[in-house]
Design a protein. Structure first.
Length: 195
């Protein structure tokens, strides 16, 4: 019999790819130029404005860090039976990291923002690898896709950290570290909702 909690958890995780729209909506309102390839996601959440750059919809971005982080933590917790304790724990940590990131905008609390965001970049790729391992016998095609995505997102996270904020590709690397996880976790939760 299908667990209502697992179904609700899967739905919460399936909604998460709409997060990308919040970046697009927020970036569209910036003044002074914003590049998805060069600029970090966190720059969209900066509260202060200057002549060179302003993100007037910063509340949308910071609110999405909080809301989509809560969906990740809650969705993972509801899907714990099908995801297993390791992946669930890593995803709950990731969700809480996202929430904390939204509460500490980059230009207000740079050190706190970095501390809050770091677990997200570490735990999400590990969660994908854990999910891939858990599913290797029941859903081998999905397991391989999750493992490959975990490797790619881990490499991109390392590249983002090593390249530094002033790199011409740091925003692209950051998104490569974050966006595929939205789809991978949602696919894993949905595929296992009935187990």
């Amino acid at each position: 019999m299908t667990s209502t909690a697992a179904r609700l958890g899967a739905l919460a995780l399936l909604v998460r790819p709409t997060y990308i729209a919040t970046e697009v909506v927020t970036a569209a309102a910036t003044t002074g130029g914003y590049s998805f390839l060069a600029d970090s996601v966190s720059k969209l959440g900066e509260v202060g404005c200057a002549a060179a750059y302003c993100s007037p919809r910063h509340e949308v971005m910071n609110g999405s860090f909080i809301g989509y982080g809560a969906l990740l933590a809650g969705g993972a917790a509801l899907s714990a039976r099908t995801m297993g304790p390791v992946a669930t724990g890593l995803l709950v940590v990731s969700g809480l990291s996202s929430v904390a990131t939204g509460l500490a905008p980059l230009d207000q609390e740079a050190t706190l923002h970095a501390i809050a965001a770091t677990p997200l970049f570490v735990a999400q790729p590990l969660a994908l690898l854990a999910l891939g391992h858990r599913l290797k016998h029941r859903r081998p095609w999905l397991a391989r896709a999750l493992a490959a995505t975990g490797v790619v997102t881990a490499a991109a996270a390392i590249g983002f950290i090593v390249s530094g904020e002033d790199s011409a590709v740091s925003g692209g690397l950051e998104r490569l570290a974050l966006w595929p996880v939205l789809f991978g976790v949602g696919a894993a939760a949905w595929a296992n909702r009935d187990e």
